[in-house]
Design a protein around this ligand. Structure first.
Ligand SMILES: Cc1ncc(COP(=O)(O)O)c(C=O)c1O
Ligand SMILES: Nc1c(O)cccc1C(=O)C[C@H](N)C(=O)O
Length: 409
């Protein structure tokens, strides 16, 4: 276990420490939940006020042209593309992750018309499974969603599979797929790979093109800090772009939206994956949030994230022997979170939050802690573990008020 001087020294030498100023955090809070909702970027309130008061308030409908609202999704897409290893014109921003699962999955199925199976991970985030199942039922014709545990995934990918929908980092355990290797396996079986990057984008460098992914989706509100309900994104590999006729063929994805023709004709390239009017206020917020990544070396983010994970694991194991680690110890096998299991996980997390350390709980028994290197220090993480140790040692979680389940966990 590192002593206080070592932790201080690590923070002193931290090459990312200056980026903390790009975010606003409440006093007295150690925030370990950036994997659910990112924090408020500095300058956000100013940007939103400007969009509301000047662009909307003064420019009114002229804002679409004068304030560049119509091109805002494409500008935001360019910023996200850099973070996920995608080239120009391959990322579209808008809608929710769930809707983008539908859009990319339906496109993938159409590219493999002779196959009927969508394969996913039994532990995938539920919305991915629900959307895949819903889409299979909508199309009918023998389409089905099949699931397998991660350990059995390679064997489950066979010649009946049209598309494999996987989340790179497991939202509960933090376990991480090897994206390049799994994509190779998927392609070897003649199927297409769709990666959910909700727990990857902004957390560590993602290399979609290098991994040869076919499609990807991800949200804007976790590690990208775009705010609650921020627009999501999707990626389409250039080789598929011209062959896709979107299932959600909305007017914003039309070749000439303002020609108002009755017939649909897809826009050139990635623009065809956009559907309706962009949400300018939340899109502007995401745009501003992404500026926090200007000049950030994502390899340094990864290195610090792994240092923070290692430190947190060591400190929690030293202070709280009754918590069981469920995240891999091996750095390459995890994303940017650390999770522990305890039957009283919910109450423990509520007691911890009451002390200013915010993580979250995932049913049935997971305490989850997100590591966000741009605004967390080694000192924060060590202190969070110490407070958790105190709560466990004093059984401070064992009170009725910590057992009342909130609507949103
Ligand atoms: C892996 C994953 N996919 C999808 C979602 C959510 O989708 P949406 O943004 O549509 O709510 C989440 C979290 O909410 C998630 O963790
Ligand atoms: N999207 C969320 C929401 O609207 C409310 C509460 C939490 C969320 C989340 O993002 C949960 C998250 N995907 C998870 O990994 O659990």
């Amino acid at each position: 276990m590192p002593d206080a001087t070592t932790v201080l020294e690590k923070d002193r030498q931290d090459p990312l420490k200056a980026f903390r100023e790009r975010f606003v955090l409440p006093d007295g809070v150690i925030y370990l939940d950036g994997n659910s909702l990112g924090v408020l970027p500095a300058g956000m309130s100013r940007r939103i006020a400007e969009v509301v008061e000047r662009e909307w308030g003064e420019r009114l409908v002229r804002g679409w042209n004068d304030a560049g609202w119509i091109d805002l999704p494409a500008r935001v897409a360019g910023k996200i593309a850099r973070l996920v290893g995608a080239g120009d014109g391959t990322v579209a921003v808008g809608d929710s992750t769930s809707v983008n699962v539908f859009k990319t999955l339906s496109a993938a199925l159409a590219l493999r018309p002779d196959r009927r199976v969508i394969l996913s991970d039994s532990n995938n985030f539920p919305t991915d499974l629900y959307i895949a199942d819903g889409l299979a039922r909508l199309i009918g014709q023998g389409y089905e969603l099949r699931t397998a545990m991660a350990a059995d995934m390679d064997d489950a990918i066979d010649a009946s599979v049209a598309a494999v929908l996987l989340t790179e980092v497991d939202y509960r355990t933090g376990w991480r797929y090897d994206m390049a290797q799994t994509t190779r396996r998927i392609h070897a079986a003649g199927a297409l790979a769709i990666w959910d990057l909700c727990h990857s984008a902004g957390a560590f460098p993602v290399h979609l093109e290098e991994a040869d992914a076919d499609f990807a989706i991800g949200c804007g509100y976790k590690y990208l800090n775009g705010g609650p309900g921020a627009p999501a994104f999707l990626y389409v590999a250039p080789r598929h772009l011209e062959g896709i006729r979107p299932a959600l063929s909305g007017w914003m994805g039309h070749q000439a939206p303002f020609a108002f023709t009755a017939d649909y004709a897809p826009a050139e390239g990635i623009a065809r994956m956009t559907v309706g009017t962009p949400p300018v206020l939340s899109m502007s917020a995401l745009d501003a949030a992404l500026d926090a990544f200007d000049g950030v070396d994502m390899e340094l983010v990864r290195a610090k994230s792994q240092d923070l994970c290692d430190l947190f694991i060591a400190e929690v194991e030293a202070h709280c022997p009754e918590l069981e680690l469920v995240t891999p110890r091996e750095r390459s096998q995890r994303g940017s979170q650390v999770s522990f299991r305890h039957p009283e996980g919910y109450a423990i997390m509520q007691a911890l939050i009451a002390e200013g350390v915010i993580g979250d709980f995932r049913a049935p028994d997971i305490l989850r802690f997100g590591m966000t290197p741009l605004y967390l220090s080694h000192g924060d993480v060590a202190r969070a573990a110490e407070i958790l140790g105190r709560i466990m040692g004093e059984k401070r979680w064992d009170r009725p008020e910590f057992r009342t389940r909130a609507k949103v966990t």
